[in-house]
Design a protein. Structure first.
Ligand SMILES: [Zn+2]
Length: 120
């Protein structure tokens, strides 16, 4: 299992009004997979997620910004909830993104460990 962040070479967003108004944060995609190799190939082919299809159509490059090996769906949801502004945890966008990406995972595991206390 792994949770990953993809970084697009150009921001991608939905055209809300039919003109060039894009959702500004759509430069990243947070996902979850059991098979990272297969999943990234799917993304680069343009399948597996609407944003990735749009990226493919526009010729936008998809890069893997970070992979948390061993992380699962709970962490994916946590990332989406806490880090709506994903550039913070993207090493390609933020100079300390890598460090923050590691520490957010450590923090999550610690919190989950505390929540599990008393259950065994
Ligand atoms: Zn980025």
């Amino acid at each position: 299992m792994a949770v990953y962040v993809l970084h697009f070479s150009e921001p991608i967003g939905e055209s809300q009004t039919g003109d060039e108004e894009y959702i500004p944060h759509a430069r990243h995609y947070v996902g979850y997979t059991c098979d990272m190799d297969r999943r990234i190939k799917e993304h680069r082919r343009g399948s597996g997620g609407h944003l990735c299809r749009v990226a493919k159509e526009r010729g936008v490059t998809i890069e893997i910004a970070h992979v948390w090996v061993g992380a699962g769906r709970g962490f994916e949801r946590y990332l989406k909830r806490v880090y709506k502004n994903t550039p913070k945890i993207c090493p390609l966008c933020s100079p300390d993104g890598e460090e923050r990406a590691v520490s957010v995972w450590e923090g999550y595991k610690r919190k989950r460990g505390q929540d599990a206390k008393g259950s065994g």
